[in-house]
Design a protein around this ligand. Structure first.
Ligand SMILES: [Zn+2]
Length: 365
């Protein structure tokens, strides 16, 4: 094993930082080549492999920090390993104001599913997108407040129920935003207003991002999610017609459309109440640990198919918040787990309390 000397300026890691990102910053601060430093503090994943993983003791010797301190900041170094289901599978940039004092270049973080806003600086940070754009929310304080409500929901319902409820609610908002209908909910006007602030007219080619569309629906999505996560409202959705009327009235109140009319074709809320409210919470399809280790762990670009990138460019070119804008958000990969389930039918029992429900075909593979 290589004997490692402590660096003269062992800058601290950022909480939840990717190990490769931290080592790359240390190399940059000391004018060293990343690979030289990386090879000193890592070891091959297998005897013949060229791919390497960090050795916590070597990194501790390099930085003069204990393995305990390093593991507190770098999730990859923790023993036992964290519950990776609670983390997003893709690294992403941190709030640029939070990391401004950290030298050595960009900071890549592994964030948990509930991190959407830096409350301290009012910056939209998630979910990760094709281009890593972080966004000021100074003109949209309700989006910042929604992150606080999201944290409260997490404390009350736990990560699994919150993960399912929030992603389901974001997907439903996206579906309602992309409806071909005259009967649009009042919340639609709010989504258009926020999208116009985040992606000003004439700037869509540089400012368009599905993540920003997610910010536009986030406040209503968190309010819907708190109902989807509540055992009381789930029972109302599944109960008698009277219970269901109360549930529908609540949905109408949240989406500013009174009265809320259920049973429309492709109504995602009716479908959730009839079918998905009875299912256990979805779990993430992909985990961070499913990624193949690379020789450049400090550089992250989402692995998107060329066709997907072209589709995003086309969406940016054609973007108009008043014309089915939610369609771009609907297919965003951070919603993949709930998107797959969204219209998936179940066998309807003859004792089903909602005989009006007609199962849809599985429209989405
Ligand atoms: Zn910040």
């Amino acid at each position: 094993m290589t004997i490692v000397r402590q660096l003269p300026d062992p800058a601290p890691p950022v909480r939840h930082e990717l190990a490769g990102s931290y080592v790359a910053r240390l190399a940059q601060i000391h004018g060293m080549d990343f690979r030289t430093l990386w090879d000193q503090i890592s070891q091959p994943t297998s005897p013949k492999s060229k791919v390497r993983r960090v050795n916590p003791e070597q990194l501790a010797a390099l930085t003069g920090r204990s393995t305990y301190q390093l593991a507190g900041a770098l999730p990859e170094l923790r023993t036992p390993a964290p519950d990776w289901r609670t983390f997003r599978h893709e690294p992403q940039p941190a709030c640029h104001l939070c990391t401004a004092r950290h030298a050595g270049g960009p900071v890549l973080l592994l964030l948990q599913h509930h991190r959407y806003v830096c409350i301290r600086h009012s910056i939209w940070i998630g979910p990760p997108d094709v281009d890593h754009l972080t966004t000021s929310l100074n003109e949209l304080p309700e989006v910042v407040h929604a992150q606080r409500r999201h944290m409260r929901l997490l404390q009350q319902a736990g990560w699994a129920v919150t993960y399912d409820a929030v992603l389901t609610a974001i997907l439903i908002c996206a579906q309602l935003w992309s409806w071909h209908s005259e009967d649009l909910p009042g919340a639609w006007h709010e989504w258009v207003r926020r999208a116009t602030v985040l992606i000003p007219p004439g700037t869509s080619q540089t400012a368009f991002s599905a993540s920003r569309l997610c910010a536009a629906v986030y406040p209503e999505a968190i309010t819907l999610a708190s109902r989807f996560a509540s055992p009381h409202w789930r029972l109302s959705a599944q109960g008698t017609r009277f219970d269901r009327d109360i549930f529908d009235a609540e949905m109408g109140r949240i989406l500013s459309c009174r009265p809320y009319t259920r049973d429309r074709v492709d109504d995602p809320i009716s479908h959730w109440a009839d079918v998905n409210s009875r299912r256990p919470p979805v779990t993430p399809i992909r985990l961070f640990t499913d990624r193949k280790p690379t020789r450049t762990p400090h550089i992250y670009r989402p692995h998107l198919h060329v066709a997907t990138r072209r589709a995003v460019e086309r969406q940016a070119l054609e973007f108009d918040p008043t014309k089915r804008a939610g369609a771009s958000l609907e297919k965003h990969r951070h919603l993949a787990s709930v998107y797959r389930r969204a219209w998936y039918p179940i066998r309807i029992s003859t004792r089903d309390p909602h005989p009006h429900y007609t199962p849809h075909l599985n429209r989405f593979p």
